[in-house]
Each structure stands twice: as structure tokens, then as C-alpha cells.
Design a protein around this ligand. Structure first.
Ligand code: FHN
Length: 460
């Protein structure tokens, strides 16, 4: 055990109302919006097939030229109420919105920077409007903040000299002031999502990351902070040098998920973030970005896998430079939302179905408030229909399945008990979308007759 001053806190899962609500939400919307949405991946006619929010860096744009984009940030198509309605209809329960990305541009009129919405033609508090719109729809709000800052002259990647250290200390004061400002201006937010913390300079300042988490939680009791903020005394990130999670939930899964059978992640709260496009978070107006767009079924499969492992999925949207949503993202949200409308019970308020092994053809989830999954309901989300047309279910020892119903319409599904611990039922016809079945379970052996093969079923 290594003695650490800035390591992890208590390791029990937080059970306060904010954290329980976050855990039950399971599905959030990420929004990346800033000046980068204006050039949208192309600078002076050259399209760079890399994340749009990196364009300042990848096209080697000077601070001055990049800052001049603020003049075109005119909000002509900006309708935060439409963003919020879209998110809600998709089934998202919270939003995490970029307040400042790596380019340093602030979506709120920060008193600590001249590179903010206050310097754009409207001068409006864009962030405040976004938060209000989502809150009006009943969604919780989280603030993304990039510690990495290409605009600020005191930002350093490494601390090689005394001058670097002095500059970076000034930078950390600036960032701390901005974070306190955010917490004071928007005390209604539920959490903070940190990014841009991987450089040596930040890793050498574990104390600062520890202090920031403390200060934010002092300002907003119950605030939820992702693990990405934190470094410990020795520069370990996410998990401290003793292997304990820092922050309230792990946020290292980006555009990837744990393996479906990896139950180790259920030991703590975690959230994965995902792009709809292949590899850009900000709006990238190109065939390159469109090529990799995921389908609604792919998104739902990711969501199902995530929930089955006790995580949340934060699905990114990158509005266009004028503030309007990308039509393909609106369409996707609508289709995911239609599925969630019928099947959201397998996602919201759900988590891993304990002891139910990954079946290969999909994912099991169970209501979070059930006594584990020992009795009651288990949802089977079918994402891969076997060519055999047969779904086999291994039932955990001591349990039996008493009924299977299609979640969307409640239709009873006949099944065959193969032996004391497995059963099978016909796979659904493919609709191109995952299908969810509710398995009603109870302790085995209460009524032995129920464990006999069901005479109503014709074996497939
Ligand atoms: O560099 C950023 C990237 O632009 C985006 O914001 C993602 C979201 O998780 N975070 C960083 C890469 O890890």
C-alpha cells in the first residue's frame, strides 16, 4: 500500500440521490460545440480527415486566426430547446456539454478570459441558455471542461524549467478560477466532466486535481466528477497508484467498451463516451465523417452492452457552426428514441443481471432496485440473432424462468426448459433493431411442475 495524499477517496459506491439518479439514467447526450464547428474540418480549402475540434492544431492555425472565428459565431440556427427536445425524445436523461474545449473558447462569458461568447456578435450566454433548455425538459446537466488549453499563453505540456512551472501555476489558477466561476454561475448542474488532463504538466499536479474535486463538491454538494480529472501524487491517472478509482466514476472508455463478459467493471460506476461518426466529436462537414456514421441499431447495441456491465453511455452530438443540429443526427436520435420508447425499461434504472452469463446473442440487464437479479425481472436484449433461430438461456443456479414476454407488446413467448438450468425459445424475426424480452424469474423448485417442458411449445 503506497501512502498517498492525493489518491482515491472511499471506494464504496456513492448512494446519495444525485449519484443514484446518474446511475439510473444510463443514457446521456454529449454535446461538442464551439468555434471548430464553423470550419468543420476544412481550413483554407484543405479538409483534414481528423477530429474537427482538433483543426486549430492539425491545420496549424495561429491563435489570432482561430480567435477571429468568434466573429462568425452568430448563432443563426441555434435553438437549444430543439437540442433538448431531441435528446429527451432519444431517451437521454442528461446532457454533458462542452464549456471550453482544447481551443480555449468559452461558451459562457467568463470574467477570466477574453476568448468567450462575450466577444461574439450576440454576446449571449450560450451555455446558460443550453443548460436552461435541457433543465426545462427535465434532463440533468453536466459541464465538460478541458484543462488542456491551446489559447492560454501559460498552458504547458511539460514542466522542464522554472519558467514553465511558474507559467503553469498561473494557468492552474486561471483554470481553478474558471471552474469556481462555472460552479457559482450554474449551481444547478449535476456534475463536471474533465478532459485534456493527460499531459505531464497536469500529471505533475495531482494536488491541484484533488483540490479541484474538493472545491467543486464544496460549491455544489453532491456534484459528480469523472475520473479523468484526477492524477495522484505519483502521476497515476483514473486509478491511483494503489489501484483505487479516483473521482466518482471511471471515464476511460472512449469509443470503446469493456468486453461483454468483463464483469470486473461492475465493481465501480463508469461511463463510456461514443461518437456517432467514426472519429470526430465536433461537426466535421465531410464525406469522411459521414462514412463511419453508426446506425441506430449499432448505438442501441452499445447501450445494451454498457448497461449490462453497469455503465452509462454518453452519445455525442456535434451541432453545426450556426447552432443547428446535423439532420442525420436528428434522424438517428428519433429512431433510437422510438426504440427506447418501447424498450427503455431495459435501460433506464437498469444494470447488470447478476450471475447471468453473457449469452453471446445479446445482453442481460436487470432493474437496479431489484434485490440483485435473484428474483423478478431480467431483460434479454437480443442484438445478434443466431442462424439456428434458437436463443438458449443459461439460468443461474437456484432460479427458474416462469414466463417470457416481448417487452414491446407484452406478448407471451413460449419456451422450452431443456434441463434444470437452461431453456430455449425461438429467436425473433429480424426487424433490423434489437428485440427485448422480459424474463420473469423466481426461486427454483417452488413449483416443480413449472420446470417441466412446456407442452405448448413446438421445438424449433
Ligand atoms: O481530445 C478530446 C476529444 O476532442 C473529445 O473531446 C474527447 C471526448 O471524450 N476527449 C478527448 C480525447 O480523449
Amino acid at each position: 500500500m503506497i501512502a498517498l495524499r492525493y489518491g482515491a477517496g472511499p471506494q464504496e459506491l456513492r448512494q446519495d440521490p444525485a449519484m443514484r439518479a446518474f446511475r439510473a439514467d444510463r443514457f446521456g447526450q454529449f454535446v461538442h460545440w464551439g468555434l471548430y464547428a464553423l470550419p468543420a474540418g476544412t481550413w483554407h480549402g484543405r479538409t483534414i480527415e481528423f477530429a474537427a475540434e482538433f483543426l486549430m492544431h492539425s491545420a496549424k492555425v495561429s491563435r489570432e486566426d482561430w480567435a477571429a472565428l468568434a466573429r462568425d459565431f452568430t448563432l443563426d440556427g441555434f435553438d437549444p430547446a430543439a437540442w433538448a427536445r431531441t435528446a429527451k425524445a432519444m431517451g437521454a436523461r442528461y446532457v454533458t456539454v462542452t464549456t471550453k474545449h482544447h481551443d480555449g473558447f468559452c461558451l459562457w462569458p467568463s470574467a477570466h478570459s477574453d476568448f468567450t461568447v462575450a466577444a461574439t456578435p450576440s454576446g449571449r450566454d450560450v451555455l446558460g441558455e443550453i443548460l436552461a433548455a435541457y433543465q426545462a425538459e427535465g434532463l440533468a446537466t453536466h459541464l465538460y471542461y478541458s484543462v488542456l488549453d491551446w489559447h492560454h499563453p501559460d498552458w504547458r505540456y511539460r514542466l522542464d524549467t522554472d519558467e514553465d512551472r511558474a507559467a503553469f501555476d498561473r494557468y492552474l489558477d486561471f483554470a481553478a478560477n474558471q471552474l469556481v466561476e462555472l460552479a457559482e454561475r450554474y449551481p444547478q448542474v449535476r456534475g463536471f466532466w474533465f478532459d485534456g488532463t493527460w499531459d505531464e504538466s497536469v500529471k505533475a499536479n495531482g494536488r491541484w486535481t484533488h483540490e479541484i474535486e474538493r472545491i467543486l463538491k464544496e460549491r455544489i454538494p453532491g456534484a459528480i466528477v469523472n475520473s479523468r480529472l484526477r492524477a495522484d501524487d505519483l502521476g497515476a491517472r483514473h486509478f491511483d497508484s494503489n489501484g483505487d478509482l479516483m473521482g466518482d466514476y471511471e471515464s476511460g472508455y472512449e469509443r470503446r467498451l469493456p468486453a461483454p463478459w468483463d464483469r470486473s467493471v461492475t465493481a465501480h460506476d463508469w461511463e463510456a463516451c461514443a461518437t456517432i461518426t467514426q472519429a470526430t466529436w465536433g461537426f466535421h462537414d465531410s464525406a469522411w465523417a459521414d462514412r463511419g456514421r453508426k446506425t441506430p441499431a449499432q448505438i442501441i447495441e452499445q447501450l445494451a452492452q454498457t448497461v449490462s456491465l453497469g455503465g452509462n453511455l454518453l452519445l455525442n452530438f456535434g451541432p453545426r457552426g450556426d447552432g443547428s443540429l446535423v439532420p442525420a443526427e436528428v434522424d438517428l436520435a428519433r429512431e433510437v428514441g422510438a426504440w427506447m420508447h418501447a424498450n427503455g425499461a431495459a435501460v433506464h434504472g437498469s444494470g447488470p443481471a447478476e450471475r447471468w452469463e453473457y449469452p453471446g446473442w445479446g445482453f442481460y440487464t436487470a432493474p437496479l432496485d431489484a434485490a440483485g437479479a435473484e428474483t423478478g425481472l431480467v431483460h434479454a436484449i437480443v442484438t445478434r440473432i443466431p442462424v439456428s433461430g434458437i436463443l438458449t438461456v443459461e439460468v443461474p443456479a437456484g432460479l427458474e424462468v416462469r414466463a417470457i414476454r416481448a417487452l414491446a407488446d407484452g406478448a407471451n413467448v413460449p419456451f422450452t426448459v431443456l434441463d434444470g438450468h437452461s431453456l430455449r425459445f425461438p429467436a425473433p424475426a429480424s426487424t433490423g433493431m434489437p428485440v427485448v424480452f422480459a424474463l420473469e424469474t423466481g426461486p427454483a423448485g417452488e413449483d416443480p411442475a413449472l420446470r417441466e417442458p412446456n407442452p405448448d411449445v413446438a421445438l424449433v
